[in-house]
Design a protein around this ligand. Structure first.
Ligand code: DX5
Ligand code: ZN
Length: 233
C-alpha cells in the first residue's frame, strides 16, 4: 500500500497556521492530521469543529481528524459536517463502536478506530469489517514531541497479520453485507507518535502505511525534504 505522510498540526505555529498548512501541502504532504483533545480523555485541550471548518476552506489536503475525546458520539456529526475525510475515535471510550463507525462511513468519510499503547488489540479485531483504517498510538496520547514506544512495533505487525487473516476469510466466505472499504482496498494502518526516520522505518516494515509526524516535520527547516525522507525510509 502506498505510504502517506500526515503532518500533525499540533506542532505547527498556530499564529501562522494558514501559512504552515499551505507549506506542508506544497511540500508533498498527503493528508493533514488534526488532533482533537478534550481535556478529559487526555490531559490536554486543542480545538474543535469550528477550526476544522476553517481549515477545510484553505486546503485541498484530506483532513484526518483524530478524536481524543470522551463521548465521541456527540461530536462525530460535527466533524463530518466540518469536512473531515478521515475520522477516528478511541477504542478506550465506552462507545457503540459499530454504530458510530457505520455512521461515519454512511457520510462517505473513512472510519477509523484508534488504540492506545497499553490497550490490547482484541476488541479492535472484532471491528475489522467496520473500519477503513486503524490508528495505532505509538506514544501516550495528549502531547506532541514524545518518544516512540518501541513495543508498539510488534502491535503494528500483529494488527497487520490480523487484517490479512480477515481478508482471506472474507474472500472465502463472500457476504453481500461486507461489500465496501476494508475488504476491497485493504484496511489502512496509521501510526501516530514519535515518528522520525528511524521509527518510520520500523513502523513501515511492520505494515503501517500512514505515518503521522508532528514535531519531526514542524521543527525542521525544510518540510519538503523531511516529508520526502519519511516517505522513502
Ligand atoms: C499525540 C497526537 C499526535 C501528535 C504526534 O496525542 O495524537 O498526533 O501530534 O506528534 P509527534 O509526531 O510530535 O509525536
Ligand atoms: Zn494524533
Amino acid at each position: 500500500m502506498q505510504t502517506k505522510i500526515a503532518p500533525s498540526i499540533l506542532s505547527a505555529n498556530f499564529l501562522d497556521l494558514e501559512k504552515e498548512i499551505k507549506q506542508v501541502e506544497r511540500s508533498g504532504a498527503d493528508m493533514l492530521h488534526l488532533d482533537i483533545m478534550d481535556g478529559h480523555f487526555v490531559p490536554n485541550l486543542t480545538f474543535g469543529p469550528g477550526l476544522v471548518k476553517q481549515i477545510r476552506k484553505i486546503t485541498n489536503l484530506p483532513l484526518d481528524a483524530h478524536l481524543m475525546i470522551s463521548n465521541p458520539e456527540f461530536f462525530i456529526p460535527k466533524f463530518i459536517e466540518a469536512g473531515a475525510d478521515y475520522l477516528s475515535f478511541h477504542i478506550e471510550t465506552d462507545s457503540e463502536y459499530k454504530k458510530l463507525l457505520n455512521r461515519i462511513r454512511k457520510a462517505n468519510v473513512k472510519a477509523g478506530i484508534a488504540i492506545n499503547p497499553e490497550t490490547p488489540l482484541k476488541k479492535v479485531g472484532q471491528l475489522l469489517n467496520f473500519v477503513d483504517f486503524i490508528l495505532i498510538m505509538t506514544v501516550h496520547p495528549g502531547f506532541g514531541g514524545q518518544k516512540y514506544i518501541e513495543d508498539c512495533t510488534q502491535k503494528i505487525q500483529k494488527i497487520s497479520e490480523m487484517i490479512n487473516q480477515n481478508l482471506s476469510l472474507i474472500k472465502t466466505v463472500p457476504s453481500p453485507r461486507l461489500n465496501r472499504g476494508a475488504q476491497e482496498s485493504g484496511i489502512e494502518i496509521e501510526v501516530d507518535g514519535g515518528i522520525n526516520y528511524q521509527t518510520a522505518k520500523l513502523a513501515k516494515e511492520a505494515g503501517a502505511n500512514i505515518l503521522v509526524a508532528g514535531n519531526f516535520i514542524f521543527s525542521s527547516n525544510n518540510y519538503k525534504e523531511v516529508i520526502k525522507g519519511l516517505r522513502n525510509v
